[in-house]
Design a protein around this ligand. Structure first.
Ligand code: ADP
Ligand code: XUL
Length: 522
């Protein structure tokens, strides 16, 4: 029993959430928004550089700086940081951080009188990190698939066909286009393992949950696949540490965090995992059967599986669950919050005005439909942006608000069919899950209850729960996964959207109209 910290290093912000397991309460939640703090210094918009091109990177030094700002905020919130028994975290998936030979030494000898930003400037062999929004690696995807014997073989081996955003294709592109910098790269981290390395003061391996988002991990064995490594880049194996169990302790907080922020020197650090695998835990999906929806920068729709399930269309992703046993089936939509924000901003609305737009319009939108490709899309695969409207006046604010949300909900219904889950209820998380009007559309389209939770950051909560679970296991007093999540993953009383019969019937028809429109444009 005690306090456990989960840190979510996501696309637009870094969040810290502390749970007290003796009272089963979330005791602090703090968030550092990248644009608010670092837009000028690092040139980011929505947390990334050049979001409107196919090459989308973020500066890893900014993440390091944000981690310090977050720790200051946690300390100022009044929480006693010495009381934190263990820390784990979650990172936006797929992004890669490239370190040179000085990195390990610098991390191991951080001086507490200087900031991370002052000390880490020279540890990168590539100053920016490609992130999940990058869609520039189609060529490398094709080459990797061919290199292992075809897309079907890569799917069977890693659980996924090659995706542009996945780490393997990104690494291959770097090795091809900047061979000298690749040569100077001693270690490649994922966002998750980079963050854990900052805390532990040494380079920390990735867990299988995030390892499965690389196109490099043998999904059955939960270790790097030599075939995939060879097909991706020269000498890649020696640049990656072996994959470890999400529950292992990788060290204690390095003296830097003890001296500078007052963490306990015995505070354990566990590997970070991907944000979606952590959300799976944070929403309590530790048994198959339930679906969850994350409405963050990306929208993801996912389920816990007890065996490998592969999407025949190649659009679904499969990850290992950090619970060490299950799998996670997921679809990812790039046009999530950024598409909703594009409509919000086009009509000068705030979120309340956006919700009012949904209230003022009827399900079915009088026949209006939108394909919301404000950016290239992952599911379905669309390589160039371009919004398509059918029977929809582009000048009408409320109709466009409804169109973007109906498109997202209908698309999630269509593209989740391969998961084969009989949907009983949907658990929601992510910034936009605070918006009940948006959730009502998802409830009507999926014909099931949509449930809100105390925090909209299930990834950070899942990370904190993972820290607790791993810590107790290491103490020799393991807590089962169902016990770990039970008190924290209860839906908020009175905060569930129920499907409305008339709308459900209507959407059963609209889904076919949407499917047709989509088929004509993909
Ligand atoms: P990520 O973790 O990917 O950085 P979050 O889950 O923190 O993203 O979600 C942030 C997004 O949530 C914001 O960019 C914003 O678009 C959206 N958001 C926040 N509040 C609302 C709201 N009331 N209605 C709709 N969207 C919202
Ligand atoms: C999942 C994906 C995104 C990122 C950012 O495959 O690409 O959801 O994890 O949240």
């Amino acid at each position: 029993m005690g306090n456990f910290l989960g840190i979510d290093a996501s696309t637009q912000s870094m969040t810290g959430l502390v749970i007290d397991t003796s009272s089963s309460q979330i005791v602090v939640e703090k968030s550092v928004n990248f644009d608010e703090h670092y837009a000028e210094k690092y040139g980011v918009e929505n947390g990334v550089l050049d979001a409107n091109t196919s090459v989308v990177h973020s500066p890893p030094l900014m993440w390091a700086e944000a981690l310090e700002t977050l720790c200051s905020q946690l300390r100022e919130s009044g929480i006693d940081l010495t009381s934190i028994e263990a820390i784990s975290g979650s990172g936006q998936q797929h992004g890669t951080v490239y370190l040179n030979q000085s990195a390990a030494g610098v991390l191991g000898g951080l001086r507490a009188d200087l900031s991370l930003a002052e000390q880490l400037g020279n540890v990168f062999s590539r100053p920016t990190a490609p992130v999940w929004m990058d869609t520039s690696t189609r060529l490398q995807c094709d080459e990797i698939e061919a290199g292992v014997g075809g897309p079907q073989r890569l799917l069977e081996l890693t659980g996924n066909t090659a995706f542009e955003r996945f780490s393997g294709p990104q690494i291959r592109k770097f090795a091809q286009q900047e061979p000298e910098s690749y040569e100077r790269t001693t270690n490649i981290c994922l966002v998750s393992s980079f963050m854990a390395s900052l805390l532990a003061g040494r380079i920390v391996p990735v867990d299988a949950g995030d390892g499965s988002g690389t196109n490099l991990m043998d999904i059955g064995r939960r270790r790097w696949s030599q075939d995939a490594l060879t097909a991706t880049a020269p000498d890649l194996g020696r640049r990656l540490l072996p994959i470890i169990k999400a529950d292992s302790i990788v060290g204690t907080m390095s003296p830097y965090w003890v001296d500078r922020y007052g963490f306990s020197p015995t505070c354990n650090v566990l590997p970070f995992s991907g944000d979606n695998p952590c959300s799976l835990i944070g929403l309590g999906l530790v048994e198959p059967g339930k679906l969850a929806l994350s409405l963050g920068t990306s929208d993801t729709f996912f389920a816990c599986m007890d065996q490998v399930r592969i999407s025949s269309t190649g659009e679904g992703a499969l990850f290992a669950s950090p619970d060490g046993v299950h799998y996670m089936a997921l679809i990812c939509f790039l046009n999530g919050s950024l598409a909703r924000e594009a409509i919000r901003d086009q009509f000068n609305l705030d979120w309340e005005g956006f919700a009012a737009g949904l209230r003022q319009t009827n399900p079915g939108n009088d026949g209006g439909l939108m394909l919301p490709y404000f950016h290239a899309e992952i599911v379905p695969h669309i390589s160039t942006s371009g919004v398509i409207r059918q029977n929809l006046d582009p000048e009408k604010p409320a109709a466009n608000v409804r169109a973007v949300i109906e498109a997202q909900a209908l698309s999630s219904r269509i593209h989740a069919e391969w998961m084969g889950v009989n949907v009983q209820s949907i658990s929601v998380t992510g910034g936009a899950s605070a918006n009940a009007e948006i959730l009502q559309v998802f409830a009507d389209v999926h014909d099931c209850e949509v449930q809100q939770f105390q925090t909209t950051n299930a990834a950070a909560l899942g990370a904190a729960l993972r820290a607790w679970h791993g810590h107790m296991t290491a103490l020799g007093a393991p807590v089962s996964w169902s016990q770990t999540v039970s008190e924290f993953s209860r839906p908020l009383p009175g905060a569930s959207m129920k499907p409305r019969a008339q709308a459900v019937t209507l959407y059963d028809e609209r889904v076919e109209a949407y499917r047709d429109l989509e088929a004509r444009h993909t």
